[in-house]
Design a protein around this ligand. Structure first.
Ligand code: PLP
Ligand code: COI
Length: 339
């Protein structure tokens, strides 16, 4: 513990002191329980193991210059987890209990919240699984909700340095009317093969197109996509992308900065017009895009000529981080300061 190199952290798992758990049995949620174990015991016929009844969330806590710990927009994650639950017929975890569990998990692991100067943060991972035995394809009757935390650095190794992305037209991450708009494990399993191909070829992630027509941009592996042109922040409106809380925050901040904001279908051909492009999410924050290659169409789109992020991406990144770390006023009530 004493030897953590905070500013050298990557996005990975590190054991912390405690996690928080809550069980759903007999049609109701129990009390929050604190555990110091990294393991759970599961029935071999649990629905999470066989039929993918699993949803998760990702949010972060930040230590400010003032030493205070701030959690970013946790209510939005609570609501999105409920939406994921409705999508795969799991018991919904109450919003207030979610907030309480997150605060408890962060409070009990305070010593793992990276110092302000490191630029790192505490990643908070809530998850929800179906735990009772079913062999026929049916929803579980019992559920387990867990929150664990782990200190993290940047999701993409280079942090705010632009990196290349790859369009792979022969892979989809989600069906047009499937589960792409909720945060369930199956979506990520479905993205592993394409993700691995992209990584092996030196790309940060896959840029997914809409699965039906391959005409519009969906999202970037583990993050939403945005493009900038003519002082306008443009992001895809699609049934099969995850409604990113970071993206929603950036839309607000772009407006605050006097930019126009458009959320609409974004044709692939429009990539040629963007002055800047980026991937955004809790883990990715803003990961600027250097270039997007579309080898099957023999096309390549470049967004940074000198290898640095563009001015709009930089301003949005700085403003978002300043709110998260408490350097600037939290004008929108996004931050919960830990007592
Ligand atoms: N899209 C996908 C597929 C994701 O996994 C994530 C990460 O949560 C995001 C987008 C970004 O969402 P958020 O900003 O809420 O973290
Ligand atoms: C996040 O940004 O929180 C994510 O969940 C992305 C990825 C780690 C799955």
């Amino acid at each position: 513990m004493e030897n953590i190199n905070w500013s050298g952290l990557s996005f990975g798992y590190m054991k912390t002191d405690y996690n928080v758990r809550c069980y759903y049995r007999d049609g109701k949620w129990g009390e929050l329980e604190i555990s110091d174990s990294e393991s759970i015991t599961l029935h071999i016929a649990s629905t999470c193991l066989h039929y993918g009844q699993e949803a998760f969330e990702g949010l972060k806590a930040f230590k400010g210059r003032d030493g205070k710990i701030r959690i970013f927009r946790m209510r939005e994650n609570a609501l999105r987890m409920q939406s994921s639950s409705r999508g795969i017929l799991m018991a919904e975890f109450p919003v207030e209990l979610f907030e309480e569990a997150v605060i408890e998990a962060v409070s009990r692991n305070r010593r793992f919240v990276p110092p302000y100067e490191s630029g790192a943060s505490l990643y908070i991972r809530p998850l929800l699984i179906g735990t009772s035995a079913q062999v026929g394809v049916n929803p579980s009757k019992e559920y387990l909700f867990i929150v664990f935390v782990t200190p993290v650095g940047p999701y993409f190794k280079t942090g705010f340095k632009p990196t290349p992305y790859l369009i792979l037209r022969s892979y989809d991450r989600a069906a047009p009317q499937g589960t792409g708009n909720i945060k369930v494990g199956g979506n990520y399993a479905a993205s592993l093969v394409a993700g691995e191909i992209a990584h092996q070829k030196g790309y940060s992630a896959v840029l997914y197109l809409d699965s039906k027509e391959k005409k519009y941009i969906d999202e970037c592996g583990p993050a939403n996509f945005f493009g900038i042109k003519n002082n306008t922040y443009i992001t895809p409106d699609s049934n099969s992308v995850l409604p990113s809380i970071t993206n929603r925050s950036l839309m607000t901040l772009a407006e605050e900065m006097g930019m126009k904001v458009e959320r609409r279908p974004v044709p692939v051909s429009e990539l040629a017009e963007f002055e800047e492009a980026g991937a955004c999410g809790t883990a990715a924050v803003i990961s600027p895009i250097l270039r997007i290659d579309d080898p099957e169409e023999n096309k390549s789109y470049v967004f940074s000529k000198d290898g640095t992020a563009g001015p709009a991406s930089r301003r949005l990144y700085d403003r978002l981080r300043a709110i998260q770390y408490g350097d600037q006023e939290d004008r929108y009530g996004w931050v919960t300061v830990l007592q």
